[in-house]
Design a binder for this molecule. Structure first.
Ligand SMILES: NC(=O)c1ccc[n+]([C@@H]2O[C@H](COP(=O)([O-])OP(=O)(O)OC[C@H]3O[C@@H](n4cnc5c(N)ncnc54)[C@H](OP(=O)(O)O)[C@@H]3O)[C@@H](O)[C@H]2O)c1
Length: 208
């Protein structure tokens, strides 16, 4: 097994890389020589992270910037097609974009909240994995799904978030089973608390 951290020539698409964990991941992959795709809904943040990637890259490689909403199917298609058009291949898909919500089973709008979270955290992952699999097959690539410790243990009333991450873990196992024989690996990581805008965003959307 190789333990090289040299990603020279590898193409890495990281969703939710305009901020938080995804942004740091993009910059780190750039530092390790990869060509990265930076994406999120906020154009200014996408550009700022892309600039940091170019600065971190040993060759000053320019990151591809794609402003896209992962809940929108056309945006997902454009994200993948722009990646392939620009870099001609894909080695690693990191499904990281996600959001949280605090909710109660008493909430009148609980199904709206459920749909928002499931569309962002789960449906987009299935969609993007489907769109990327033909490209990952060619490179014998990797899928990394950013789940959460919330997949194992509910914290407060966060039904949709915890369910979305538990389902993501099972999706990863299913996809690993099907794609492993083709040489594509799929793994989940389940972080605990990380200081990002996530908590603030979670509380804001819960109030909305
Ligand atoms: N922070 C934690 O404590 C923690 C713990 C466990 C797991 N996680 C997981 O780690 C992942 C990253 O979280 P984070 O802490 O880095 O959160 P964050 O700072 O809020 O960043 C979330 C990222 O996802 C993007 N995003 C959100 N909704 C999107 C959408 N509809 N379309 C496209 N991009 C979207 C955001 O970009 P735009 O706003 O520009 O679209 C941003 O780049 C999430 O999946 C989260 O569930 C976080």
């Amino acid at each position: 097994m190789t333990t090289s951290r040299d990603f020279t020539g590898k193409v890495v698409l990281i969703t939710g890389s305009s901020g938080g964990i995804g942004a740091v991941t993009a910059v780190e992959f750039a530092r390790l020589g990869a060509q990265v795709v930076v994406t999120g809904r906020r154009k200014d943040r996408v550009s700022a992270v892309a600039k940091q990637c170019a600065e971190a890259s040993p060759t000053g490689a320019k990151a591809l910037e794609v402003v896209a909403d992962v809940t929108n199917d056309d945006d997902c298609r454009r994200l993948v097609s722009d990646t392939i058009k620009t870099f001609k291949k894909l080695d690693i898909l990191i499904n990281n974009a996600g959001r949280g919500i605090v909710e109660s089973i008493w909430d009148e709008d609980i199904l709206d909240k459920y749909e928002l979270i499931m569309n962002t955290n789960l449906r987009s992952v299935v969609r993007l994995t489907h769109l990327c699999v033909e490209h990952l097959e060619k490179t014998k690539g990797n899928i990394v799904n950013v789940s959460s410790i919330g997949a194992f243990k509910p914290r407060g009333p966060c039904y949709s978030y915890s369910m979305s991450k538990a389902a993501m873990d099972m999706f990863t196992k299913c996809v690993a089973l099907e794609l492993g024989p083709k040489g594509i690996r799929a793994n989940t990581i389940n972080p605990g608390s990380v200081k990002t805008e996530f908590i603030e965003n979670t509380l804001n959307v819960s109030k909305a």
